[in-house]
Ligand binder design. Sequence first.
Ligand SMILES: [Zn+2]
Length: 442
Amino acid sequence: MAEAGPAPRVLAGALLVTQDDRRRVLRGDLRIESGRLTHVGPDAPREGAEVVDAHRFAAVPGFVNLHGHVAMGLLRGIADDRELAGFLETLFAVDAHRTESDVGAGARLGIAEMLLAGTTTFLDLYYFEDAVARAVEELGIRGYLGWAVLDADKTTQRGVPLDNAREFVRRWKGHRRVVPLVAPQGVYVCGPETWLGARALAEAEGTLCHFHLSETRREVHEHEATTGRRPAVWLDEIGFLGPRMVAAHTVWLTGDEIARLGRHRLGIAHCASSNLKLASGGIAPVVELRAAGAVVGLGTDSVASNNSLSMLREMHLAGLVQKNQRWDAAVLSAQELLDLATREGARALGAEAEIGSLEVGKRADLSLVRLDHPTLVPARPEAIVSHLAYAAAEEAIDSVYVDGVPVVEGRRLRTGDWPQIRAEAESAAEPLWQSRPVRAPR
Ligand SMILES: [Zn+2]
């Protein structure tokens, strides 16, 4: 049966940044029918379609944000200028006061921010994910939502986290734009039973696993002191690592660990902004991970540690940091950065047949980016990928489509009422900010 959706639409005459296998950039049309692309290139059939003149725009695949905690939108700026341990101290204290309702308000804020910045798919790790899932359905983004799992004695969740995750996955499986999954938080709050329980649940339900890994030296050293193994080695040895997994951060890895993650074809969410702001001190070995077989994408992490959900900013910073740190300007080219933000992120989610590039048969998840915005001039086809990776401002993103539905048009959110989303976020933020432990400045 055909999926119900808006009337067919042709975006005519755009500069198509296809991100297909040949990375073609060409002038042409996109025809969208029932949420999918049915024509990519010159001379799309126009029968029965609403034709939109898109010659002033580049059409770019929607960005895939491979790691975040969207509901933390309310906590932007709440714990700045501290390293991870001090940051988490504040965050855990505030976390204890969170309600399902304020998680919903934070999620709507974060989703609005992402859609307006061209992100059409995101991977999330949090609890009260039902509220996030409802926000995803309401605002029209695509959400891969991981229910956070940790040892029962370390959580503020009601009930047993693994049971909560199982129930969440069963409630939301089969929804069109909500993909539920299980998300063990990290080695510092998960013992072996939790890791293996999460893996067994993911296998039984056919979902992904998403988790934090080797973000700081302290995490690695403390884990090594208690178990005798570095985190990635330990996860491999206890039998956790396997297919359909995405690890966030992976800043502190040995060559042996890189090889293990590569062997399991792990997805990796590289979070350059978050790592730099929390002074993690290193950079993820993106080049070596990719060479070893891991599938690397980019993640913003939350706005408490970034403090933006912009994938444009993330591409820019990820590229500069790798080049500078490695004394090699050729490393992570503009094309590779755009790959990480689109098709590689999709591949890490196992969704490369559906999203990540503009190709016939795929979901129509894309942005129209103004070619007359100052940050995209000169708008030459041979420079468009460079502009997107290094220069483009969020304000250049005019329209965003998810599943063929225009969720942003003329820089206005179409699927939600922004003044209301903002007002709800402000009032939901109030008690959380009141509850934060205030520390004397150092
Ligand atoms: Zn995170």
